[in-house]
Design a protein around this ligand. Structure first.
Ligand code: GKR
Ligand code: MG
Length: 436
């Protein structure tokens, strides 16, 4: 079998005004849908970062991809890496401290390869009549749990005013509890993550305490301020939340850099507080895992097939974390159903992935979904591996065309949360790390 065509679809999807230490989400999130056709009529699909940069990087690999055997993934990776390096890319070195995952120019080839690998695995699954999780080694679980991913947010739905504001303004502890109740009732999530780094730390501590009071000990809690706190503030928050973040919860990227996180962990331990630190900002490549372990900076690594280099690399990461006695969770960004199924398939095939995965899916709108049959269902907070070959989703081409039209109508081609924050919330806002 040979790949006969690479089709790239740039789409825009409504995104509510969610806040983080990066700033504010724009009314539209950008995604790229990758579709590979083969000479045997089988098509494979994947979803990745949107806008100009990620698309151009995929375009640049067209001649490497078309004509290849989709089973030969190691060879494809070698070719993509070789071409990227020949074009001047320096592999590695991509901390996410300042830039959101899709906008980091470093190590782009891993994200490009990931998008192509996932589409090839979809083809392979369809060719052999098996779900992708079976193709990559077999499932460790039939259903993959996800967490309720809470955000502080400005009032307003996604898009330019045409989308419902399901959760209204969330800028206080009470409003976050309401948001969580709504999300848990609708999706059945059993673990809770709060995106922090937005309000004064004391207010975020109060939010976590209010969530614990409302949901009790059976719902592990995590907070992720994306490096907004100094070492001292991180320690103060760790102390204030010693009970709330225990029992399967964690403190994610409290401050910038592995050295800082190592210091936080050491000083918390010296006070008898054994809170686990997690990271998707300071640990973004294999070499970081070893440094993080040596510094005692990170106990739980957040994987993500979109930037760790695809599904098989996430499995390698899972094994490495198991060997190093570190935990494994999964990171997300605004996404639709194709990404959700890729995350689900790989999570099912990672025995060591025991934390509920992040997902932004509840924040996206039903009317933007591009897979046939509409939104992927959650049962008791989990997505089940469908009894279908490949990823288990088929593109709805009318919906995809609507996504492309939305993309053509808007002018921006790059995620810039800082600019959005200045436009809509505070004209003088700057990203400052650490802020508190
Ligand atoms: O969507 O604003 C967001 C998140 O902050 C995202 O960009 C992060 O990459 O969710 C992510 C995280 O866990 O750091
Ligand atoms: Mg994070």
């Amino acid at each position: 079998m040979r790949i006969s065509a690479l089709n790239l679809h740039s789409i825009a999807i409504a995104d509510p005004p969610l806040r983080s230490s990066y700033g504010l989400h724009a009314p539209w999130a950008l995604r790229t849908i990758v579709e590979l056709e083969t000479d045997e009529g089988i098509k494979g699909v994947s979803e990745t970062y949107g806008g100009h940069g990620p698309r151009a990087a995929l375009e640049a690999m067209r001649e490497v991809v078309v004509g290849r055997d989709p089973f030969q993934l190691a060879g494809l990776h070698g070719q993509i890496r070789g071409k990227a390096v020949a074009n001047g890319e320096v592999p590695g070195g991509r901390s996410q401290t300042w830039l959101v995952p899709g906008e980091n120019p470093l190590d782009q080839h891993n994200r490009t390869f990931a998008a192509l690998e996932i589409a090839c695995l979809d083809i392979i699954g369809k060719a052999v009549g098996q779900p992708v999780c079976e193709v990559i080694g077999g499932r460790a679980r039939d259903r993959v749990p996800f967490s309720a991913y809470l955000f502080y947010k400005q009032a307003g739905g996604g898009g330019a005013g045409q989308y419902a504001d399901e959760y209204s303004e969330v800028l206080s502890a009470n409003a976050a509890v309401r948001e969580c109740r709504q999300m848990v009732a609708q999706y059945g999530f059993r673990e809770i993550k709060l995106k922090g780094g937005v309000l004064e730390p004391a207010l975020e501590v109060a939010t976590i305490k209010a969530l614990r009071a409302e949901f009790g000990n059976d719902y592990p809690l995590r907070i992720d301020p994306n490096c907004a706190w100094s070492v001292d503030t991180s320690i103060a928050v760790g102390e204030a939340l010693r009970e709330e973040l225990s029992g399967g919860g964690y403190l994610e990227d409290p401050c910038p850099g592995l050295e800082g996180m190592g210091e936080v962990r050491k000083r918390l331990l010296s006070k008898g507080i054994d809170t686990s630190l997690a990271s998707n900002v300071a640990v973004t490549q294999f070499a970081d895992v070893l440094r993080a372990r040596d510094l005692g900076a990170v106990q739980i690594v957040l994987s993500d097939p979109h930037y760790w280099g695809g599904m098989r690399q996430v499995q390698h990461l899972s094994h490495l974390c198991e060997v190093l006695e570190m935990g494994l969770s999964m990171h997300s960004n605004s996404h639709l159903g194709v990404s959700l199924m890729a995350m689900t398939q790989v999570a099912a095939a990672c025995p060591h992935l025991t934390f509920a995965c992040d997902t932004h899916y509840p924040w996206q709108a039903e009317k933007d979904e591009i897979v046939e049959g509409g939104r992927i269902p959650f049962k008791n907070g989990a997505v089940e591996i469908p009894n279908k070959p490949g990823l288990g989703v088929t593109l709805d081409y009318d919906q995809l065309a609507r996504g492309r039209e939305r993309y053509e109508k808007i002018t921006f081609r790059k995620r810039d949360d800082e600019a959005e924050m200045r436009k809509h919330v505070d004209p003088n806002w700057k990203r400052v790390l650490p802020r508190w």
